[in-house]
Ligand binder design. Structure first.
Ligand code: AKG
Ligand code: FE2
Length: 336
């Protein structure tokens, strides 16, 4: 195994310095925490202060925790419960809604069914993908209904409730991103109906040291495609974030928080001022791990173009305008 590797991102290949399994402190050795109670304050100067912390986190790390996010605890617990029940179904039941039988990337991905890192042998997780639930109408690029397991219809309600909470929270975060970029707080409002959200229930079985191999991780090194991801994790540690010196930093689960990270689409909007940081997950704990990432982006008809506030003489636009739907669909096609 060489010490460096190349990770394919939505914005081109990126060389990473360290391909080792070890965790070490590097240029950032911890992930900042954002207190969202300031973002919910009626005082604009509180919201601006929160946006400044977000700016620091996005330009320096690309990852941050959020606390005081206002998502009711029971909605999160019930969604994790639905995930556990789903993954306990037989493979035969789960394969009835196999993601590759769907034209719009909804349904089940079995173990090793996905290969986040093209150099890897497949990811050691299984997943269930859910999107905005609207009947086929209009010409949106990712239109379509969700696919629920016939044998477990009860999961629809808690999963949908969680999805709707994430849309609410995501819209709030978009306002904070706008403020942090010196835009009107409402700048993204008309572009984020929630239809550009993708949610995944994930299950990572434990990996023992004997079968641990750099070509087969829980999820291989990658960047996310959308604007940002809101991740709920249980209390089992697995997520690691790559810093600029090539070292992996653990995003240890913290009670009452979500982990948020910048994705490739936001990197484009911001001319790479905001970092779409590479990350991976390895579950070496000996117990099962469950997580729920929610990838939030602008509606698929939106044009993603470098924001004026992120361009200067010394920093000309690095990216051409691109249609959000085409961009995301292309990335999903590369993964599945
Ligand atoms: O499960 C995790 O901790 C991370 C998942 C992730 O990075 C992804 O699905 O893109
Ligand atoms: Fe990710």
């Amino acid at each position: 195994m060489t010490d460096s590797a190349t990770v394919v991102t939505g914005n081109g290949p990126r060389k990473i310095l360290s391909n080792s399994i070890d965790l070490k402190p590097g240029d950032f050795s911890s992930i900042p925490i954002l207190d969202l109670s300031l973002a919910f304050s009626s005082d604009p100067s509180d919201r601006k202060k929160c946006a400044e912390t977000l700016f620091d986190a996005c330009t320096r790390v690309g990852f941050f925790y959020i606390k005081n996010h206002n998502v009711p605890e029971h909605i999160i617990t019930e969604c994790f419960g639905a995930g556990k029940d789903f993954f306990e179904l037989s493979l035969e039941e789960k394969m009835k809604i196999y993601i590759k039988d769907s034209e719009n990337f909804k349904g089940y991905t079995p173990l090793l069914g996905e290969n986040t890192d093209p150099a890897g042998r497949g990811d050691l997780h299984e997943g269930f993908d859910v999107g905005y639930d609207y009947a086929s109408e209009g010409d949106s690029k990712m239109e379509g209904v969700n696919r629920w397991p016939e044998a477990l219809p009860t999961i629809k309600e808690p999963v949908t409730a969680y999805f709707n909470e994430m849309v609410k929270l995501g819209k709030k975060l978009f306002q904070l991103f706008a403020l942090s970029l010196d835009l009107e707080e409402e700048y993204f409002d008309t572009m984020v109906s929630g239809k550009g959200g993708i949610m995944r229930l994930l299950h990572y079985p434990p990996q023992t040291d004997e079968n641990l191999d750099m070509t087969q991780l829980g999820i291989g090194a990658h960047s996310d495609y959308e604007c940002f991801t809101i991740l709920a994790q249980d209390d089992v540690s697995a997520l690691q974030v790559l810093n600029k010196t090539g070292e992996w930093v653990a995003a240890t689960p913290m009670k009452g928080t979500f982990v948020v990270n910048v994705g490739d689409s936001m990197a484009r909007w911001t001319n790479d001022m905001y970092l779409s940081t590479i990350h991976r997950a390895i579950n070496r704990t000996g117990v099962r791990r469950y997580s729920v990432p929610f990838f939030f982006g602008v509606d698929y008809e939106t044009t993603i173009e470098v924001l004026e506030s992120c361009v200067s003489e010394g920093r000309p636009p690095k990216y051409k305008p691109i249609n959000a739907g085409d961009y995301i669909k292309q990335r999903l096609n590369e993964t599945y």
